[in-house]
Design a protein around this ligand. Structure first.
Ligand code: IPM
Ligand code: MN
Length: 362
């Protein structure tokens, strides 16, 4: 198949990890006879430096034309002045919003080889396989903001329609898995959460009677996620709760550097990015963990291009690199760490066998 893939490296380690993702996608194209065309554009701090804008028009237009977007990360100390008029993060929020990507899907499945990298006891992690569906284009991230000398405010607002569409997405996903859905809110305090709970209850009752829904308050969810992570399958929540809970959930996998994400909307276009940030402290040193971006590329193959076997091949190759103990610095303190290049090469080197195994399985 032919596909146009827009690459937005962004800031910090973004260029290093997206290069790894592109190398894997090129290898997929070659193996399976696809014709992937890559275009690169600026976003975030790099875009501010070059154009004054965190999301230049050329970038947004390229994203709208593309079949899928692979993104690194945005932000860094250079652009973090609290009084700055423009910030790198605004570019990321604006592109998510402009493309209508309301569902941010973040799978968390600890790999047996990296259980030791997690601060959580291994026996609690075995068998954990959960997916957080984070609402991505509403809530406090996008409400009106005010600031005066003596106060500041951020408005948190949700419409019924915004809640319905992300809950439907999560309930479909739950239906395709164990049928269990956990909705997270703060309905004991927030009016938006009470609306969230009402809408979620109705949508699941009327449209997904086969799905078993439970509600959790976000504070206790933060505790349960570490105390009994196996109890969860699909978790759906609003924008900021999802942001916070998924950084927490990354500790189940052992490192923020292992978690991919897919931001999806009504069509097939999507943004695929690691959940980690730009890690300015290690940028440019060639030591960043590329696995989360490579796994995001697998999600791109699956969700935007419909290439399931190809996605599985990439995921299997990463799993086998981890099995072989190819660990970047975030995953080990006891053995010499693999560089970004070495980890990427370890994945590429396993694709022959992994793709063949996936083909046999189908
Ligand atoms: C994420 C990031 C972003 C967010 C930041 C960089 C704006 O933390 O993708 O989780 O908060 O959504
Ligand atoms: Mn985040």
């Amino acid at each position: 198949m032919h596909a146009n893939i827009l690459v937005l490296p962004g800031d910090g380690i973004g260029p290093e990890v997206t290069a790894a993702g592109v190398a894997v996608l090129r290898s997929v194209a070659e193996r399976y006879g696809h014709d992937f065309h890559f275009e690169e554009q600026l976003i975030g701090g790099a875009a501010i430096d070059a154009t004054g804008q965190p999301l230049p028009d050329a970038t947004l237009q390229a994203a709208q034309r593309a079949d899928a977007v692979l993104l690194g990360a945005v932000g860094g100390p250079k652009w973090s002045d609290p009084n700055a008029k423009v910030r790198p993060e605004q570019g990321l929020l604006a592109i998510r919003k402009a493309l209508g990507l309301f569902a941010n899907v973040r799978p968390v499945k600890p790999h047996s080889a990296t259980l030791g990298a997690s601060p959580i006891k291994a026996h609690l992690l075995q068998g954990v396989d959960l997916i957080v569906v984070r609402e991505l284009t509403g809530g406090i991230y996008f409400g009106d903001k005010t600031r005066s000398n003596s106060d500041a405010s951020d408005l948190c607002r949700y419409s019924v329609a915004e809640i319905e569409r992300v809950v439907r997405h999560a309930a479909q996903l739950a239906r395709s898995r164990s049928g269990k859905l956990t909705s997270v809110d703060k309905a004991n305090v927030l009016e938006t959460s009470r609306l969230w709970r009402d809408v979620t209850t109705r949508v699941v009752r009327d449209e997904f009677p086969d799905v078993q829904l439970e509600h959790q308050l976000v504070d206790s969810m933060a505790m349960h996620l570490l105390a009994k992570p196996r109890a969860y399958d699909v978790i759906v929540t609003e924008n900021m709760f999802g942001d916070i809970l998924t950084d927490e959930a990354s500790m189940l996998a052992g490192s923020l550097g292992l978690l991919p994400s897919a931001s999806l909307g009504a069509g097939t276009n999507g943004i695929y990015e690691p959940i980690h940030g730009s890690a300015p402290d290690i940028a440019g040193r060639g030591i960043a963990n590329p696995y989360a971006t490579i796994l995001s590329a697998a999600l791109l193959l699956r969700h935007s291009l419909g290439l399931e076997a190809e996605a599985q091949c990439v995921e299997k190759s990463v799993a086998e690199a981890l099995d072989a103990g190819v660990f970047t610095a975030d995953l080990t303190t006891t053995q010499p760490a693999a560089s970004t290049h070495a980890a990427t090469d370890a994945v590429l080197a396993r694709m022959d066998l992994a793709c063949a195994a996936v083909a046999l399985r189908d």
